[in-house]
Design a protein around this ligand. Sequence first.
Ligand code: FDA
Ligand code: NAP
Length: 448
Amino acid sequence: MSDRENEIYDVVGIGFGPSNLSLAIALEEYRSKAPETGITSLFFERQPSFGWHRNMLLPSTTMQISFLKDLVTFRNPTSSFSFVAYLHASGRLPRFVNNQDFFPTRQEFHQYLEWAQARVADRIVYGAEVKSIRPPSDTAPERSDRLLLEVSEGGGRTTRVVEARNVVISTGLVPSMPDGTERDERVWHSSEFLEQYRRTDPRELRRVAVAGAGQSAAEITRFLYDELPHAQVCAVIPSYGYAVADDTPFANQVFDRGAVDDYYFGTEQARDAFWRYHRNTNYSVVDDDVIRDLYRRWYDDEVRGVQRLEFLNLTRVAGVKRVGAETRVCLRGGPDAEVRELDFDAVVCATGYDPMEPAGLLGELDPLCVRDTAGRYRVERDYRIVTAPEMRCGVYLQGGTEHTHGLTSSLLSNIAVRSGEIVDSIVARSTGSGAERALFAEVGGDIR
Ligand code: FDA
Ligand code: NAP
């Protein structure tokens, strides 16, 4: 146990991706405008340093949102933490504008996130994995105004315990593999792609498969085709061809702040309509330019009489087994739903993610968190899990709220606004009044 026991913070954040980075900035802007309220915070991140989906930082991949949907602008357009402020600080603002593109590369956005996190670094602990949240042992959980967080540091060598009046869980999406498929040194999920690829001798990759028809799959297929000129690349796709991500202006409104209210307060039919009509803004779809890139490569090969890129349409991976050095993939599909097995040197499962699941962290607190009839957490509009009324501390979610708040739950579009709403809620609850909330709005914390 460390000598830092009894540290108490108003807010402890678990996970430090873009969502909690945006929250740390919202708290910082609140603190600098209203220092007398003295809200304290600390964030724990298990990675050794800041990293946003590093294993998918492939060359020339671009953001899927406008650069204006950065960490702050939709909450506070005058913030010094905006993407434009970052461009200005790095001397690239005129050249960025000359480029006339709303969608920076993921590489550049990553640099922006790193720049922003460095400015709040005194509140982040890297290499620190939160293992559990529990009530103090001397207090009945439902009467507790503080929670204890157990944090493992130094790769498990030390354990630190901190106390929090509010916890904000933002641990991100959970990689999903096809049924009957375990990861190993030649069976990878897209979330570990670059790390595994760099560990492998490219000469050994003569025949590779990529499963999935989403953005990750298409980007990895293009990357492997370009990086491995000697290899056959086989795309296993459940649809008849990649489907385009709808980012046209009317459909894009599903990511607006108003859509969160419409979803949250809407009827069951209204919520269903969001998914029925607009799932194709995000899931199992690919940006138009990547689709065209792939088609062009495939067609150019055909003209040259080669076939390096193969598409197995209407097909899913139904399992993978190791047979000697071979990775044998069981495929189900095609027009007649036949089952067959093919051998590859490596298989990348770009098969998506499950939503953030906080139950493991909540442990003993979980029974005090209210669930709906489908077993999902009930969540207030301010992103706080509905808990037993006597439990005075707040457990907030950034992620894992698609069922209550809609499509933006796991995305970047709304993180600036959401972080402001969480700060509003924490401030209002800590003071027991709406006065500070109004102050935050006044200082540009909330532009609603
Ligand atoms: P994120 O997953 O980024 O961060 C969670 C953090 O928590 C991680 O750093 C993890 O290490 C840490 N963590 C987990 N458990 C922990 C624990 N117990 N203790 C301590 N730390 C812990 N969306 C969009 O709107 N536009 C886009 O362009 C993209 N692009 C994109 C590219 C790729 C390759 C993927 C896979 C996804 C996207 N997304 C996206 C969607 C994506 O969910 C979103 O960009 C953010 O990553 C969401 O940020 P979060 O901070 O919520 O999660
Ligand atoms: P995704 O959109 O959920 O796509 C997963 C794909 O895998 C779907 O096509 C799915 O098909 C398929 N699949 C699932 N099980 C399969 C199986 N057994 N065999 C074959 N295919 C299978 O996941 P993603 O592409 O990783 O995207 C996740 C999020 O990250 C999205 O928000 C996306 O926009 C984002 N992203 C952004 C960028 C970028 O910004 N440049 C890059 C990558 C990802 P079904 O739908 O039929 O199940």
